[in-house]
Design a protein around this ligand. Sequence first.
Ligand code: AMP
Length: 299
Amino acid sequence: MKPVLKLAIQRKGRLSEGSLELLRDCGITFSRSNGKLKVFCDNFPLQILFLRDDDIPPLQILFLRDDDIPAIVAGSVADLGIVGRNLLVESRAEVQPVRDLGFARCRLAVAVEKTRSWAGLDDLEGKWIATSHPRILADFLERRGVDARIRRIAGSVEIAPAIGMAEAVCDLVSSGSTLLSNGLREVETVFQSSAQLVATPELPAQKSELLERLLLRIQAVLRARTHKYILLNAPEAALEEICRLLPGMKSPTVSRLNQPGWVSVQSVVKEEEFWEMVDRLHEMGAEGILVLGLEKMVF
Ligand code: AMP
């Protein structure tokens, strides 16, 4: 029977939209009629590129509950999974980390009622903390030498102080609005999380080959999300200094303007460094700076 590379993603929830968007940006398509939970991708791998296409496992997507994904990948029921780092660490599932996918960023944080005074973690000594991440919290408290008691709750963690279940909570926070609307304030960050691509510990060679192809696409998409294409005009005298500031993928493209002493420079920059660079570029005499988004960036 032809092998199938199975990728488990969250069916519904915080990671599902980001996972589908990543697959779409990677050019992987499938039709999912009637909420099917198991679908084959139409175009990955591109059979046309392979001479012996019988050897290439097709890609199948499994739509699952996110807290089931770590064990399903660890047990080789799925070969790959996209799951939050919080669930991976909490489950202690034995999977291979493959790539931080950078979306669904959030933090696991301790929060207390807004009206409660807060002098520091020692305030939790002997108190109850409600959480759906008891292992991560227990490790954190041990590292920080705090002797608090943990109450496990599967969901609606924020309600715990209001119903007398705990004096504090330790929950996932993204925008912070859930805490705020439940009268809680964040006092301590325990753990940072984002979506991760993970693989089963022993992936067969044929499937590893396909994973490499998938990773090439994923990396091209993720790099494009964090970089921008930049074009600017600059006095030729400043060219050397500008090229040092904007090295790009190999080196910047430089072309001559139809005005003596001026050049046009094109390069790629990290978005987070862009505004810092603009000030420096202005100081060097650059003008007419254009910044464009990228779709894919393949090295
Ligand atoms: P927010 O109001 O944006 O801070 O979101 C907080 C609520 O969303 C909490 O109930 C969290 O459990 C949940 N949440 C936020 N981010 C994530 C995430 N990346 N993965 C899973 N649940 C999350």
